[in-house]
Design a protein. Structure first.
Length: 212
């Protein structure tokens, strides 16, 4: 049976009573941050990657969907951080040329990039789910869902300075009365995977103290 926001008018009275309620902050995120070693002078922002290499069960269609999500996420991050004097955007070709002979996994890559780019911080983002909704803005058989993580590492020491993740499958107001505020902000519509991903990225970047 199709999910729809069309019946929400029948619940307006209940909505008013619960309009001040919402999911608790961080309910769909996990954040950890160490005490700052020192202010970062330069943060290298890498192109968003996917979880394909960490999950051998992903089929071709899902891998292509994840790649689409990663490309879109990279554009959103670059747009949001454009003009930040401490940020250095790195392209995929630059990453390949700078770390082609590097060993040591993520730590080795972060260290090499930091040294060659003269950046003391490296931001890595990974998209592990990018599922489009099935249906329209007002009636969907299956909602959009996304899952991504962001990690900021100190390039010299390799430790994590800040990290956050975002996981959400859009819920209808009728299935979760506590989602009223979020549904209202979205115009009581079923959003696309791109919109969900963009909202999540903006929220997480605003919470990173090293990027303010």
């Amino acid at each position: 049976m199709k999910k729809t926001f069309g019946l929400f008018l029948c619940y307006c009275c209940a909505a008013i009573l619960f309009s001040s309620c919402s999911s608790q902050p961080g309910s769909n995120s996990s954040e950890e941050m160490q005490a700052p070693i020192q202010p970062l002078s330069c943060i290298a922002v890498l192109p968003v990657r996917t979880s394909v290499n960490q999950d051998t069960t992903i089929d071709y269609a899902k891998a292509q969907s994840l790649q689409d999500g990663a490309v879109y996420a990279t554009d959103v991050i670059n747009r949001e951080l454009q003009g930040n004097p401490r940020v250095l955007f790195v392209t995929s070709s630059q990453v390949d040329s700078l770390v082609s002979q590097v060993t040591g996994g993520v730590s080795g890559t972060v260290g090499a990039l930091g040294q060659k780019l003269k950046c003391d911080g490296v931001l890595l983002t990974t998209v592990s789910r990018f599922q489009q909704r099935e249906g329209t803005e007002y009636s969907a058989d299956s909602p959009a869902s996304v899952d991504f993580s962001m990690v900021l590492r100190h390039s010299g020491q390799g430790n994590i300075l800040w990290s956050a993740d975002f996981r959400e499958e859009q819920e209808s107001f009728l299935s979760n009365i506590l989602s009223f505020t979020k549904a209202k902000n979205r115009g009581f519509k079923w959003v696309s995977a791109e919109q969900l991903l963009e909202q999540g990225i903006i929220e997480r970047l605003e919470d990173c103290p090293y990027l303010q």
